[in-house]
Design a protein around this ligand. Structure first.
Ligand SMILES: C[S@@+](CC[C@H](N)C(=O)[O-])C[C@H]1O[C@@H](n2cnc3c(N)ncnc32)[C@H](O)[C@@H]1O
Length: 420
């Protein structure tokens, strides 16, 4: 039998009780902060805490969730543990749910900023699970048939040590895809698919289609959304390999050999993916997405040579010489400028755009992802257009995507002419 009690308490006292439970590494099972207090918005949608045993010793693991992704950090008693816990307790969360080995405590903050505290004693004490692997719920299990078929997992369903980074990339991509599809469906920016008319997803520059297959599998098996995937790649070998894998998996998918610029898709896709398509192939993918009127676009750019080469040749406008004097800084600045211009151009074409981290930068330097949801209204004038035109005009550069979309470019006065 479990015993339960409910009582109103001053908020500060209840939070001090939560604090003591969070800091007790012997008894805390997990804690979750979520919701918000009346009229306030916490910095995070949700925060999860648990103690984990890492190689470097026992740490409190804090996973903070925003709209699109999870941010994980680990803290020790010798380091900044108390500051981090106190900062989270200061956030105006509406609920704290804390599980210990012997009880479950629910703190709900009322409109009058009091705490309603519900304590339920466990019938039997539980053990604390502190292994690091439990930290994140996996979207595709290690033994998923897709992971076996694409060679990420072994036949006995374990991720190969050499493929751990790829697995993390697949998981992070699915998390972003999942959140983006949920968001777009909620805003009615993406149509609700049916079996007769599934969501059409194209992966431009799909390579060996790890992410194409993972998306298909996750959306159909976990989200139960009818989808049809198509991969496009210039390499015949990719299409042959991917068609064989699709047959092994019993997945209906098309693989088209051809360039992103010329691929013919009928009907047009609802969702366009372009993950690490080389250099200006990302621009071609964004251009096609606009042409097709795709509802959702996820593009993780790869190498950025085009703007970097233009910056090398162009005169750096005053007072920005320090940004381009040193090769490594110029390359990084070119990456940032390229993606900022892509985001601006997609806004001009009627998309709401976020630029987010794809995988943690420790795993790959190619870790930016542009997420664009179509709102449908092209921007003719105003601040977004002015900002874009001043940027290309100041630097005298011609982004590939602007040329493809027939938008003004810098360097030849076109931007200024168009602004007249
Ligand atoms: C770095 S791989 C990325 C593969 C896959 N998207 C992934 O993230 O695992 C880039 C792929 O894009 C293809 N590619 C590059 N430019 C292309 C273009 N213009 N049209 C079609 N495919 C292209 C290449 O053949 C290659 O397979």
């Amino acid at each position: 039998m479990t015993q339960s009690s409910m009582a109103a308490e001053p908020l500060l006292r209840a939070l001090m009780r939560v604090r003591a439970m969070l800091l007790d590494d012997a008894t805390l099972v997990r804690a979750v902060a979520s919701g918000r207090q009346k009229g306030e918005t916490p910095d995070w949608k949700r925060v999860e805490l648990r103690w984990v045993d890492l190689k470097a010793g026992r740490h409190l693991q804090v996973v903070r969730y925003d709209e699109t992704q999870a941010h994980t950090s680990n803290h020790t008693a010798d380091g900044d543990l108390r500051e981090v816990v106190d900062a989270l307790l200061d956030e105006p969360f509406g609920n704290w749910h804390v599980e210990t080995t012997t009880e479950q405590v629910q703190v709900r903050v009322t409109k009058k900023l009091e705490a309603m505290v519900n304590v339920t004693a466990r019938a039997e004490a539980v053990e604390v699970e502190r292994s690091h692997d439990q930290a994140k719920e996996r979207l595709l299990a290690e033994d998923d048939p897709v992971l076996l078929a694409v060679g990420i997992s072994t036949a006995d369903g374990k991720v190969k040590p050499t493929r751990q980074a790829k697995y993390r990339q697949v998981e992070e991509f699915l998390r972003l895809l999942d959140a983006s599809i949920t968001d777009a469906l909620k805003k009615k920016a993406l149509r609700q698919p049916s079996k007769a008319d599934p969501l059409r997803i194209v992966d431009l520059g799909c390579g060996n289609a790890y992410l194409t297959f993972a998306a298909q599998r996750y959306l159909t098996h976990v989200r139960k959304l009818p989808v049809h995937v198509t991969g496009v790649d210039v390499k015949q070998q990719s299409a042959d390999h991917n068609t064989k894998v699709a047959a092994e998996l019993g997945i209906e998918a098309d693989f088209v050999v051809g360039t992103i610029a010329d691929a013919v898709l009928d009907p047009a896709p609802d969702v366009v993916l372009a993950l690490h398509a080389c250099d200006t192939a990302t621009d071609e993918a964004l251009h096609r997405a606009v042409e097709w009127g795709a509802s959702l676009v996820l593009a993780a750019p790869c190498c950025h040579h085009d703007i970097a080469a233009q910056l090398r040749k162009a005169r750096t406008p005053s007072p920005y010489a320090a940004l381009t004097r040193h090769g490594i800084l110029r390359e990084r600045f070119a990456d940032t400028l390229t993606d900022a211009l892509r985001a601006s151009l997609m806004r001009l074409e009627g998309y709401k755009v976020d630029v987010v981290e794809f995988v943690e930068s420790a795993h790959t330097p190619r870790n930016t992802l542009l997420r664009a949801i179509r709102t449908g209204s092209r921007v003719k004038g105003g601040g977004v257009r002015k900002e874009y035109e001043e940027l290309v005009g100041t630097w005298g550069i011609s982004p590939k995507l602007a040329e493809l979309l027939d938008e003004p470019v810098g360097g030849d006065g076109a931007a200024l002419r168009a602004a007249d």
